[in-house]
Design a binder for this molecule. Structure first.
Ligand code: ATP
Length: 259
């Protein structure tokens, strides 16, 4: 397997003083699903925004390579054209536009009409509800439908790497399962996925590799199986109380730092 995205020691500051990322490295393999777990404020969203070129003049340190090419410092639009798309936290669909207009916005720079139609068909195959809602204003969709629309819009750029920021946020357990099934299908059909999530159980159940982010640093990087056996991951991300004593105080201290 080859790397599709290599993030090396990136540091991102807000207002030159708030160190949101303190030297993060990720090596995302082509064709896989990778997940970054972390509590509120750990730096998950900042990681994705830094990769996507959405923060001005970022990163402050480190490098980002996509398919062997440096992308740190590039404009978001150029990064999209190279093949990365991001579904932001809270979906951010255009509420006044119809569902179909939102989907077409995803492809507005593309000239290959046939390709665009193929991708539209593909999106509708993943999310049939979007065809039913095609002429409705996106602002009136339910949270789950908006998540589907935001994913559909990102797919309309035909990304090689799809990044998703907390796709499960605010959705019912049934819808979360549905969204994750579709994420697996999108991946099986050839798109590499990088996911940031607080729903560790669901994310680890679909991922091939996982990272744990704590206050701007990667503290664990391992297979989902190994992460699920890690005492801290079990306790703080999966809600499983450990029977092993002795390490308790150390874990309690880390928990205080995480929350
Ligand atoms: P959440 O799940 O709550 O979005 P997160 O893991 O995605 O959390 P980030 O949103 O990346 O975390 O935030 C990382 C750190 O950077 C936090 O300390 C946060 O307060 C800070 N931060 C994020 N956005 C900004 C901003 N626009 N200006 C200043 N500080 C920010």
């Amino acid at each position: 397997m080859a790397s599709i995205l290599q993030v090396k020691n990136i540091e991102t500051l807000y207002y030159d003083i708030i160190k949101a990322l303190r030297g993060i490295s990720l090596d995302i393999q082509e064709g896989t699903i990778s997940v970054v777990l972390g509590a509120n404020g750990a730096g998950k969203t900042t990681t994705l925004k830094t990769i996507m070129g959405l923060l001005e003049d970022q990163p402050d340190k480190g490098t980002i390579e996509f398919l062997g090419r440096r992308i740190d410092g590039m404009d978001a639009e150029d990064i999209v054209n190279l093949g990365i798309a991001m579904v932001p936290e809270g979906r951010e669909v255009f509420p006044e536009l119809t569902v179909m207009e939102n989907l077409r916005m995803g492809a507005y720079t593309r000239k290959d009409r046939r390709g665009v139609q193929e991708d539209l068909d593909r999106v509708i195959r993943y999310f049939p509800i979007l065809r039913e809602r095609a002429s409705q204003q996106a602002g009136y969709l339910s949270g789950g439908e908006q998540q589907m629309l935001a994913m559909g819009r990102a797919l309309m750029t035909r990304p090689k790497l799809l990044m998703l920021d907390e796709p499960s946020l605010g959705l019912s357990p049934i819808l979360v399962r549905e969204i994750f099934e579709i994420i697996k299908t999108i991946n099986r059909e050839g798109t590499t996925i990088l996911l940031v999530e607080q729903n560790a159980k669901m994310a680890l159940s679909v991922a091939h590799f996982g990272y744990v982010l704590e206050t701007g640093r990667i503290v664990l990087a391992n297979t989902p199986q190994n992460l699920m056996e890690d005492e801290d991951v079990k306790e703080f991300y999966l809600g499983i109380k450990s029977e092993v004593s002795g390490k308790g105080y150390q874990r309690w201290r880390r928990k205080k730092r995480w929350r």
